[in-house]
Design a protein around this ligand. Structure first.
Ligand code: SF4
Length: 342
């Protein structure tokens, strides 16, 4: 199988078998990275990374019980709650993000699923950010087909809804919504014609088999998600996953490389957990095919590397920011981004 599998790398396929995914995980590290980088270069400019900025537009008091999350109402994490942000504050943050080189503005709301009034407010935000020439992304929990269509109608570019982990491991992480609920939302988003942003979190006590199953599920959706965020768990005191065993860094890089091989045209995003990664590990992730990051000093409610540090790392690696939908703009020198949320 190995020979056949290697010969087919680079093709866009949604018929991957779990055995194939496991075989990729089992490759020697250098073979895996070499192939991932080769496939990456077939589809992307090798030294460009897409920059997104994430703003928490409604923080905390979420009724769900995701075992990693500081925003669940069930855990005492000391997080300050914030109601849905006013439109003007959101647009101001988007302006600053754009001035700092972000081409996509992601708005995260801690909801199980948005109520009609909340959706109406989010739609105004999408309209406003799009009018600035930025791509828009929203994450606000489960969506019905009608809600997805409403968001499409105001021009939403991406909807984020992560699968988090394998279906098997999922029950140990979240009990308030099912894996199928998540797949249903992804299907509604896809059917509405919105780009799908969907990935997972590593380091939640899952096995390599779980990581393979997560990537297998993503890579066998009817179409690959356009964005695949791969997060490393940030352990937050008060959540059930605080104190979970740390994942081996090479295993994280390995997972990025397998994601790149399975979904050659998707942007694979280094997301949460970057602040705990060394520069060397981030460089390995870029080598493995990661080509998108969140930029800005806050990532929803957790720390993200300082923008100056990101600029310096990009300079040292010869990486430039991928151009946005409306213009070609280099990553600017740092200006302070005062994110409103905690
Ligand atoms: S991850 Fe999202 S849905 Fe889960 S508790 Fe946190 S905010 Fe709520």
């Amino acid at each position: 199988m190995q020979h056949l599998l290697m010969a087919r790398l680079g093709a866009i396929r949604t018929d991957w078998t779990l055995d194939e995914v496991r075989a990729l995980f089992a490759l020697p590290f250098n073979d895996l990275l070499f192939n991932a980088q080769r496939v990456h270069r077939d589809h992307f400019a090798p030294n460009q990374v897409q920059i997104s900025t994430l703003l928490s537009i409604k923080t905390g008091a979420c009724p769900e019980d995701c075992a990693y999350c500081s925003q669940s109402v069930r855990y005492n994490t000391g997080l300050d709650r914030e109601e849905l942000m006013e439109l003007e504050r959101v647009l101001e943050s988007a302006r600053v993000a754009k001035a700092n080189g972000a081409t996509r503005f992601c708005m995260g709301a801690a909801y199980r699923s948005p109520k009609p009034k909340q959706l109406a407010a989010i739609k105004e935000m999408v309209r406003g950010v799009r009018a600035m020439g930025m791509e828009t992304c929203v994450t606000a929990g489960m969506l019905t087909a009608d809600q997805a269509r409403e968001l499409k109608d105001v021009g939403l570019d991406y909807y984020n809804h992560n699968l988090d982990t394998s279906e098997k491991h999922y029950a140990k992480i979240i009990t308030t919504r099912t894996y199928q609920d998540r797949l249903d939302t992804l299907a509604a988003v896809r059917q509405a014609g919105i780009n799908v942003c969907c990935g997972g979190i590593l380091g939640m006590g899952e096995t390599q088999q779980d990581r393979a199953e997560l990537l297998h599920t993503l890579a066998t959706l009817s179409e690959h998600p356009e964005s695949v965020p791969i997060n490393q768990l940030i352990q937050i005191a008060g959540t059930p996953l605080h104190g979970a065993a740390k994942l081996d860094s090479f295993e994280f890089v390995r997972t990025i490389a397998v994601a790149r091989l399975l979904m050659p045209k998707s942007h694979v995003r280094l997301s949460a957990g970057r602040s705990e990664m060394s520069d060397e590990m981030q460089a390995l992730c870029f080598m493995a095919g990661a080509n998108s990051i969140f930029y800005g000093d806050k990532l929803l409610t957790t720390e993200n590397p300082d923008e100056n540090h990101d600029l310096e790392l990009f300079r040292r690696l010869g990486i430039i920011a991928e151009a946005g939908p409306s213009e070609h703009e280099p990553l600017h020198e740092h200006r302070h981004v005062a994110h409103a949320h905690a």
